[in-house]
Design a protein around this ligand. Structure first.
Ligand code: ME8
Length: 512
């Protein structure tokens, strides 16, 4: 049985509606999922919502809604966003579903049976915003390192023997040098573990909104233990005969923000080791977005609603900007200026213009039909080489989750195409009736457009499909293939070229 490529987003807290940070993680996962499908792989892509914990219980209370109705309402907003963003997720898990809760309880029992859990009393700092425990020496000016306020908590609690996993984790890290991407963040994780691990409090008794543990009256599961198990409960855990579990676990990519790396790169592998389960292959930590250089926050009132921005600039441009603007792993700034300059220069002026001029010349000279190839000269051979080189780079970068570089390679190919047209001056060839040369040049450029728009498909599915359809070469998303990028003779001689509307209009006014 061939294993699927299993890709996950974090499950999102439902204390508030989705913002651009959530959309970012989801779009990155979706693009990777679409790319793997183009490589001919079977993919399982999971997203969902994290609905327990004090933070959510308090948010519901503030709104005067009962907690279950509140999480139903908020989870729906995240679910609706999956369609707005055109995510190709195969499932959407909710941690309040019975199936998940039962799986999480079974995971607890499995840890308990193996002697990994004991009852004691927790006293220490807890940040409700981060749903995280902090050591005294981690606090900065009396706050969590994330800036969240902390409360002193003292309550009976079950503990997980995390300290026991210091060495096994360090051994695992050294045997799996690509476990965390990027490397700089991996180094931080390793340093943290090297400093020593304390056993982790994994149950709470001071509130009730969580997975209850029937045999432990009064305790609910720590929200992170509950949440992390979503990656396996969605696959049918604890049913070890589940086809889904066998086909997908271990995950290939858990893609998360840098703020929640500790949970995924330390706690989760330790829990899995304790449960004697296999570990995920890679945790990818992306950076954070600020808005006009400020931290996104409700009190500043600068939280970007993805639906609002998509209404203004369109889904493709939004997805493109997020993945192109900053190297994955780095922080980025979501600013009007950056969006306008990125979209206008690369999408409108470069790709848009390239497509327009090639379509205009093809339709005016060859009557809306795909022209044929004649003989290749050095200039055409050079473009062919550039295409082959670009598609290799593109794949290399994509598999390394370097989305920005993959798109950069694609943009360079478009620039090479534009330059080739400037040099070849097909408009003069038309005047001189050099039909074969003209036909060869335009065919090669139409193939280049097809290749470019197949490359952009994982990031800009709408525009890509529109162009491919207009070139009569689209027969379903499932048939798009990476292999077709290496073929410069893919279009059919004489088949129709349909007119398309302006693909990427300039966006200056839409953002003002
Ligand atoms: O952490 N820029 O959920 P969450 C980029 N429920 N990414 C951002 C961001 C920003 N400004 N703000 C948030 C949780 N994110 C847990 C996960 S998984 C088992 C449980 C990202 O809703 C953040 O980094 O607080 C994280 O990856 C994701 O949004 C979910 O955050």
């Amino acid at each position: 049985m061939e294993k699927n490529i299993y890709i996950t987003t974090p499950i999102y807290y439902v204390n508030d509606k989705p913002h651009v940070g959530h959309a970012y993680t989801s779009i990155a996962c979706d693009s990777l999922a679409r790319f793997y499908k183009m490589l001919g792989k079977k993919v399982f892509f999971l997203t969902g919502t994290d609905e327990h914990g004090l933070k959510i219980q308090q948010s519901a209370k503030e709104k005067n809604i009962d907690t279950q109705s509140f999480v139903d309402l908020m989870s729906k907003k995240f679910h609706d966003l999956t369609s707005v963003l055109m995510l190709t997720n195969d499932d959407f898990i909710r941690t309040t579903s019975e199936k998940h809760k039962e799986g999480a309880r079974q995971f607890w029992s499995s840890l308990e049976e193996k002697g990994e859990i004991y009852l004691d009393k927790y006293s220490g700092w807890y940040s409700i915003r981060d749903e995280a425990y902090y050591q005294e020496d981690e606090l900065i000016d009396g706050k969590a390192p994330t800036g969240g306020s902390v409360d002193w908590v003292e309550e009976p609690s079950y503990f997980f023997r995390l300290s026991k996993y210091q060495k096994p984790l360090l051994d695992f890290y050294s045997k799996n040098p690509n476990f965390v991407y990027p490397q700089s963040r991996f180094n931080e994780v390793i340093k943290f573990v090297e400093r020593g691990l304390k056993d982790l409090s994994i149950s709470r008794t001071s509130f009730t909104w969580g997975v209850d543990i029937p045999s432990k009256k009064g305790h609910v599961m720590y929200v992170w233990l509950d949440a992390l198990t979503n990656y396996i409960t969605a696959l049918g855990y604890p049913d070890n005969s589940s086809e889904k579990l066998k086909k997908n676990w271990p995950a290939n990519y858990h893609i998360v923000g840098k703020d929640i790396l500790r949970f995924h790169a330390i706690y989760w592998p330790a829990f899995l080791m304790a449960a004697e389960m296999r570990l995920p292959s890679q945790i990818i930590a992306h950076g954070w977005w600020t808005v006009e250089k400020e931290k996104m926050s409700k009190s500043i009132g600068n939280v970007v609603d993805p639906i609002d921005i998509i209404d203004r600039i369109g889904l493709d441009s939004f997805r493109y900007f997020l993945l192109r603007e900053v190297p994955f792993g780095n922080d980025g700034d979501f600013s009007k200026h950056a969006i306008i300059s990125r979209i206008n220069s690369e999408l409108s002026n470069n790709i848009g213009n390239f497509i327009n001029r090639v379509y205009a010349m093809s339709t005016s000279n060859f009557g809306n039909q795909i022209p044929r190839y004649g003989q290749f000269l050095e200039s055409e051979k050079k473009i062919e080489l550039k295409i082959l080189e670009t598609v290799e780079q593109y794949k290399y970068y994509f598999l390394n989750v370097e989305f920005s570089k993959a798109l950069g390679a694609m943009i360079e190919l478009v620039s090479a195409g534009n330059k080739y047209i400037d040099t070849m001056q097909p408009w003069s060839l038309a005047k001189e009736n050099q039909t074969e040369r003209l036909s060869t040049i335009l065919r090669l450029m139409l193939e280049t457009i097809r290749i470019v728009c197949t490359m952009t498909y994982p990031i800009m599915p709408l525009a890509s499909v529109k162009v491919l359809k207009s070139l009569s070469c689209f027969d379903g998303d499932e048939n798009l293939s990476y292999e077709s990028l290496k073929n410069i003779n893919f279009l059919s001689d004489g088949s129709p070229i349909e007119k398309i509307d302006l693909l990427f209009p300039k966006i200056d006014k839409k953002l003002s």
